[in-house]
Design a binder for this molecule. Structure first.
Ligand code: SF4
Ligand code: SF4
Length: 251
């Protein structure tokens, strides 16, 4: 049975198990966020998606990304208090990631011109906002190579010492979801280096473009029992071959 709630005085219907952020987005109601990805488990790390929630007599400021909708809930996404809390959290993120365009742009949108906070004294990954999107993406793909290690000021993201180095296959998915693009990836004609490890690249047998790393392909062949020549062709060449096959059938 659907759940009825109000977001910014608009009556909306949601399904049990849905969270405020996804319901609001479906309704076209904008709630800022830096650590949310629809395909990954929620974490509530950046705390930019704060909203005001009234449930019966209880009223609280909470994160929209991980708060489940409830019958009769009233959500306000743009009060002065909500804006104030978001701005404070953006100041903290801005201190951690002063050069990240996504953080700067959101800060500008929310009227945060500067940060009163200092950047962390030691930051092995400059501009990392500890959103853990990279950790969640890597785990989602079955690699589990990354983790947040340490606490407080010393918390950082990386390949933990207690995990085998080969857990990372150099796929680069962590970088593709990183909102601040702070993960270093370097490619040459034959190699990719990421998280301090260098991987050989598989090149497309038709056009020579890089397809993936050898370690990534070996992992896919091993875990999905694929043929040995799996993914030795890039997407463009696969599409082009498929179009040619289709054209030969049509004509
Ligand atoms: S490059 Fe390594 S750490 Fe990044 S998602 Fe792929 S396996 Fe995980
Ligand atoms: S490296 Fe990027 S994705 Fe990972 S926690 Fe830091 S900001 Fe988030």
């Amino acid at each position: 049975m659907s759940i009825r709630l109000w977001i910014d005085d608009r009556e909306v219907l949601a399904e049990p198990g849905e969270r405020i952020l996804e319901v609001a987005q479906r309704q076209g109601i904008s709630i800022p966020t830096l650590c949310h990805h629809p395909a990954l488990p929620v974490l509530g790390a950046c705390r930019v998606c704060l909203v005001e929630v009234q449930q019966g007599k209880r009223r609280e400021i909470t994160t929209a990304c991980n708060t489940l909708v409830q019958e009769g809930m009233r959500v306000a996404t743009d009060t002065a208090e909500v804006r104030g809390h978001r701005a404070m959290n953006l100041e903290l993120l801005r201190a951690r990631a002063p050069e990240a365009p996504a953080v700067r742009e959101l800060a500008t949108q929310l009227g945060v011109a500067r940060s009163r906070f200092r950047p962390p004294a030691q930051n092995p990954l400059p501009n990392c906002i500890l959103c853990e999107l990279c950790v969640r993406a890597c785990a989602h793909l079955g690699h589990h190579a990354l983790a947040a290690v340490g606490r407080g000021d010393k918390k950082r993201i990386g390949l933990p010492h207690n995990r085998p180095a080969e857990a990372c296959v150099g796929c680069g998915s962590c970088l593709s979801v990183c909102p601040t693009r702070c993960i270093l990836l370097k490619e040459t004609a034959t190699t990719r280096t990421i998280w301090g490890q260098t991987f050989e690249l598989v090149r497309c047998k038709s056009c020579g473009a890089p397809v993936m790393t050898e370690a990534q392909r070996a992992h896919a062949i091993r875990t999905k029992q694929l043929p040995e020549d799996h993914d030795d062709t890039c997407e463009l060449c696969k599409q082009s071959a498929a179009s040619q096959r289709l054209a030969s059938v049509v004509w």
